[in-house]
Design a protein around this ligand. Sequence first.
Ligand SMILES: [Zn+2]
Length: 250
Amino acid sequence: MASVLNAPYFQDEAAAYAKLESIVWPHGPVCPHCKSTDRMKLMGGNATRPGLYKCYACRKQSRVTVGTVFESSHIKLHVWLQAAFLMCSSKKGISSNQLARVLGLTVKSAWFMSHRLREAMTGGIMPDVFGGEGSVVEIDEAFIGRKEGAEVKRGYRHKNAVLSLVERRPEGARVISFHVDGTSPATLLPINRAHFAKATFVMTDEAPQYSRLDTHFVGHDCTTHNTGEYVRGKVHTNTVEGTIACSNGA
Ligand SMILES: [Zn+2]
């Protein structure tokens, strides 16, 4: 029996795009910028990467990956499809480390992919990327409840850490929150990188785990809690179902 992973869309980039297009655009290509359906032309030529369309209504280029979990990634789409298949087909799921070994990826890439795919599959977040050119996204942690078996003490070490990402847009703020194992840069940075476009301007408090964010995103600024400026970063604590107690007691 031939392996399912021999299907062309798992092996070939153009076939992978064709497959995704058949799922996302069942009635033909739709421009993500102007929603035009009849002026989209597939770009040809050897220099053009697969799946690139030009919309002759708004003259912008796009791919079917815009607005999906596959957006803004350097990883090839057929590799993404393999990862998605492996994650869906193994009963107990597959760890990032396993995914890295099986697909020949770095652990970092595999972590990024499995994080995005898992979140999309559980419906926990919107499947697209936060931020982008001209947008500001706020990052903050909060501590809620109590870790299983943890003894209640002063401070927040016995509580569950929650990372929230907030994007302010004219049509309303978007918020996603995740339970995280801790608040070290090693834990938080991959999440931030997985969910933000590089062109995003990031706002955080002055916590040291955020001190190097400007090397990953277009810009980074801090609010200063102790001068009362924290209100800029605090607003979102009301929007996450009203349950999150702010880590700073504010
Ligand atoms: Zn268009």
